[in-house]
Every structure is written in C-alpha cells, then in structure tokens.
Design a protein around this ligand. Structure first.
Ligand code: TEU
Ligand code: CA
Length: 540
C-alpha cells in the first residue's frame, strides 16, 4: 500500500515561547515563526506542529487553555496566525495544532460558569460538594500530589489530573463533546492540517472511585486507556476530522503496544498515530525523576518492539517535555558533534513519521541549572515542593529536578552568537544555554559538516527513498552499543548501522556509504565512535 501524505512528511515541533521573539519582550511569538520560514524550508520539513498558542494564563505554558478559538496575545493575533498558515502554505508546509481536551484552564469561561451548581455548565467538569470529610479521593496526579482541589469561591471540590489550574473536562456530559467538535471544525476551516491530541488516553474516566494501592498514579485504573476514550476518538474522527484531509497524532501516557494498536490500526478510525513513551524511559526507574545509567541496548530493544508491533509509528527522540537527546543518549563532552548527528540517522530511518523538536537539528544540549530560580516549569516546581514535604534533603531535590526538568528542552532557540543567542534583544523569559556562542544556527548553516547540514542531508535522503518512507523494517543485530537494521522496498534495500558508544565497533558489513556522519565514502566494517552509516544492499 502506498503512503498517505502525512506518512511521507517530516514534522518539526515548535515551542513558540522559545522559538523566536519578534517584538523583543523576551517571549517567542507567531511573528517570530513567520520571520523564519526559509530556515524551516531549507531544513526540508513538511509540517510544523505548534505547541499551544491559544489564549491561556500559562500556568503550564499554554497547556491550560482559556479560549480554544483565540490566540494568546503574548504570541500575537488571529491575523498573525492566518498569515503564518498562508505563508507556510506558499512554501508547501502545513501546520498542525496542539489540542488539549482532557482539561481546560480554570480561567476558561466554562469552568467559571460551572461553579454555579444549578447553571447549564455545572456538568462540564467533575464537581463534588464538600461533605466535611476532607479530600474526596486518593488519586495521585501527574505533577505529583493530589487530584482534587477545593474551589475557594464555592467550597466544592473538582478533579484535575495535572495542576489545580487545569480542571478535567467531564466527557460523560454530551455538551462537552459538542463544544470540542466545534473547536475541531474551526481550525481545519482555517487551513490547519491536523492535531496533536494532548494526553488523549486519559480523557475518559470510568468512575471517580478511590484507586487501588499503587506506587505511581494511584487511581489510574479508572482512566488509563479506557474503552470510553475510543468512543470519543471515533466520534471526533467520523463527525469532524473526516471532513478534511487532516491527520492526528495522540499523546498516550503509560501505553502498551497492545493498547496502542486499538487506537491506531487504520480500521479503528481513531487517531492516525500515537506517541508512546517507553523508549524515553530507558534511562529511568519507575518515574522520570529517578535516573539510571542509559543503556543503549534497552533503547534498541524497545524500538524494535514498537516497530514490530505497530504498522506505523510516530517516531521522536525529543519533545518539549524531555531533556535534550544528545545530553541523554550521547557524549556532549567528547563527541558532541558525532553523537548529535547519529541519533538523527536513527530517527530518519525508522519506519513511521519522524517528529523533530526545535533545536535538535543543531544538537542543542541540556542546560546546567544552578538554582531553583532558573526553573520555570510548573511540573518541576510542584515536584520539588512535594519532595520538600517528604523531607527529601535540598541537595538531593536539586539533583533530581536539575537533571530531569522539562526546562532543558525549553531554553531559547540558539540563532546566533549575538546577545541572548539572537532569540530576542531583551532578557528571555527563560535563560539561554551558555553554549550558544558555539552552538547556533548561524554557524551551522554555513558549515557543511554541521549537525544542521547532516539533518538536512538525512531529510533530503529520506524524501527520495521509497525504502525509508514505505519499506519494511527488519532488525538484524544489536548488542550493548551497536544497532543494525534493514529497510526494504521492492527494488531498494538499505542497511543502517549505528554505534552508540565512545569505542569503535566491528561489524560484518562493508560497502559504499550512502550517508555517514564521518563523511566516509566507503565503509570497511569498523564503526567509529558514535558513527551512523547508511549502506545500500540493493542487488545490482
Ligand atoms: O504531557 C503529558 C505527560 O503526562 C507528560 O509527558 C508530562 O510532561 C509529565 O512529564 C508527566 O510527568 C502533556 C504535555 O506534553 C505537557 O507539556 C503538559 O504539561 C501536560 O500534557 C498537561 O497538559
Ligand atoms: Ca514577543
């Protein structure tokens, strides 16, 4: 079967707040994105995924929406958004929006109205009157701590799986479905090509009963990947999305391949793809706040499992919630350039749609945090407060937060070696990584051996390779550091060889290189440290 358009696309994720500031208030904005279309076009990406740009009080940087049909004034206006869509279209690029429908902001008019016990909005959220017995639930939330808060205005309790400023929508109430359907008609009518659904496998709550004993996410048996979530996704696709040539990718937390198949097999007619997290967890124990040494073998095994289990994957190594990949999986000190490029080869040669996160194409690294003041992320702040309550010593708390914070991925994009990395002329909302003088777009666009130049080559190669876009995936070998697989499609066969270590690795393959992050023309069977090689095995 030939691919659908979004299966041939390379998606580039933009975190608008940190991409480019056009009016020098220290905050990235839509006009900033508008000022860089040629950069994105030059890189060769086809789809831009914008993290939320809707009106929002920004407790969770836009993942707390107070108006789904308007733009956050800090990011610009609806005219700016229309211009961005038009401009991208002129260059053959499409835009997808981030859609958060598990919860809204507590400033959303629906929530404000729902405080009225007898009003028409009451059932938009999960309210419970106070019975004097304390918190009406033992569930634990994604940002640590409880999932019920008492509304100071009414004294009633409401449910929130994330922060208390993000109350969960009650999808049992039919009006919620109708509201979201109209939101999902509005944006494609404007020219938006699809949606990334935020935490989509938790939207349906079977019941609000107390949860069984569990170390993490107590209560999640009542809402993780429940049948009700499938019903909702089917209805949204059938009644709304099928009207245009949109695609959807659902973020799914704590998902197994088995569950993922139920969401994404084409005949299910739900989201087209999902983001899973298992490969992001290969350097952690239980939760991301407890790190363990990264063992490449675990990453290879996990990727093989998902490549085999799903006919089509949404592949990614970075996003706005996870630390930078070169700092996690590579060696920033000794082999920064090589170990920033090689995982790019992995990403662009797996079967599925590749999602690239802003700055990954420059090999942007993690941030070195010194103080809690450098941390802006609501999750980090709440986890730190929780750890403090649990009497975890300050030094350990800092160690945990500084190594795992979502802010690693949220530092301003490094455009140049100018002040504030050319992101803005005034102090950015979050600190710039000190290495911008060395790692920046201006440098790299001029350098044929840069990380950027390599990503560009990878993307261009993928575009003309049917084996990479449509071919089968066959793992051939992996060990503690080396990963080898084949991609096949009728007349074209490619071999991908990756070395995830500081040591050379001997393999039993050799031949002419189609691509190499060491710029080799021929391969003799010995991989250099952090080398990635693409060979042709097509019979002549
Ligand atoms: O993230 C959902 C999610 O569960 C995690 O990845 C989250 O970042 C956290 O690490 C859980 O411990 C999505 C968004 O990507 C994230 O930015 C939002 O904060 C969250 O939903 C709430 O909308
Ligand atoms: Ca700005």
């Amino acid at each position: 079967m030939t691919n659908l358009w979004w299966q041939d696309a390379v998606v580039y994720q933009i975190y608008p707040k940190s991409f480019k500031d056009s009016n020098n208030d220290g905050i990235g904005d839509i006009k900033g994105i508008i000022s860089k279309p040629d950069y994105l076009k030059d890189l060769g990406v086809d789809v831009l995924w914008l993290c939320p740009v809707y009106r929002s009080p920004e407790v969770d940087n836009g993942y707390d929406i107070s108006d789904y049909l308007d733009i956050n004034p800090k990011f610009g206006t609806m005219e700016d958004m229309d211009r961005l869509i038009r401009q991208a279209d002129q260059r053959g690029m499409k835009i997808i929006m981030d859609l958060v429908i598990n919860h809204t902001s507590d400033r959303h008019p629906w929530f404000l109205e729902s405080k009225d016990k007898t009003g028409p909005y009451r059932n938009y959220y999960y309210w419970r009157e106070d019975d004097g017995k304390g918190t009406p639930s033992n569930w634990t939330g994604f940002f640590g701590g409880k999932t019920r808060s008492k509304d100071p205005d009414t004294g009633d309790w409401y449910l929130h799986l994330f922060s208390k400023e993000q109350p969960d929508l009650n999808w049992h109430h039919p009006a919620v479905m109708e509201e979201i359907k109209s939101v999902m008609k509005f944006w494609p009518d404007k020219g938006i090509a699809g949606f990334r659904y935020d935490v989509i496998n938790v939207i349906w709550k079977d019941s609000l009963e107390n949860g069984r004993f569990k170390l993490i996410l107590k209560g999640s048996e009542h809402y993780l990947s429940r049948p009700g979530s499938h019903e909702i996704l089917k209805a949204l696709r059938k009644d709304v999305l099928s009207r245009s040539d949109c695609f959807t990718v659902g973020e799914t937390v704590f998902i197994t391949p088995e569950e993922a198949r139920k969401y994404t097999l084409p005949e299910k007619k739900e989201p087209d793809m999902i983001f899973y997290f298992e490969h992001m967890e290969t350097d952690q124990i239980l939760v991301k706040w407890f790190k363990r040494k990264f063992r490449p073998e675990r990453l290879f095994k996990t990727l093989i499992k998902w490549q085999k289990e799903l006919p089509w994957n949404a592949n990614y190594l970075e996003n706005h919630d996870r630390p930078r990949s070169v700092s996690r999986f590579g060696n920033v000190e000794k082999y920064w350039r090589e170990s920033a490029k090689m995982p790019g080869m992995l990403l662009m040669t797996l079967r599925g749609t590749p999602f690239l996160y802003q700055g990954q194409e420059l090999g942007m690294t993690g941030f070195v945090f010194h103080s809690m003041e450098d941390i802006k992320d609501v999750e980090s702040i709440q986890i730190e407060a929780l750890a403090k309550k649990l009497l975890i010593p300050e030094k350990l708390r800092k160690k945990i937060i500084f190594s795992t914070s979502r802010d690693h991925a949220r530092t301003p994009f490094q455009w140049s070696d100018q002040k504030h990395a050319g992101f803005s002329e005034s102090t950015p909302w979050i600190k710039v990584n000190r290495n911008y003088v060395r790692i920046n777009q201006e440098n790299q666009s001029k350098d044929p051996d840069s990380v950027f130049a390599f990503y560009k080559r990878l993307i261009a190669f993928r575009k003309k390779s049917t084996a990479l876009k449509e071919g089968s995936f066959t793992p051939l070998y992996y060990d503690k550091k080396t990963f080898i697989y084949e991609r096949n499609h009728e007349q074209e066969s490619l071999l991908v060889l990756l070395n995830f270590s500081d040591k050379p690795s001997k393999v039993k393959y050799a031949g002419e290189c189609l691509l190499s992050n060491y710029n080799r023309k021929t391969f003799d069977g010995m991989l250099h440290p952090w080398e990635g090689i693409l060979l042709s095995t097509t019979p002549r």
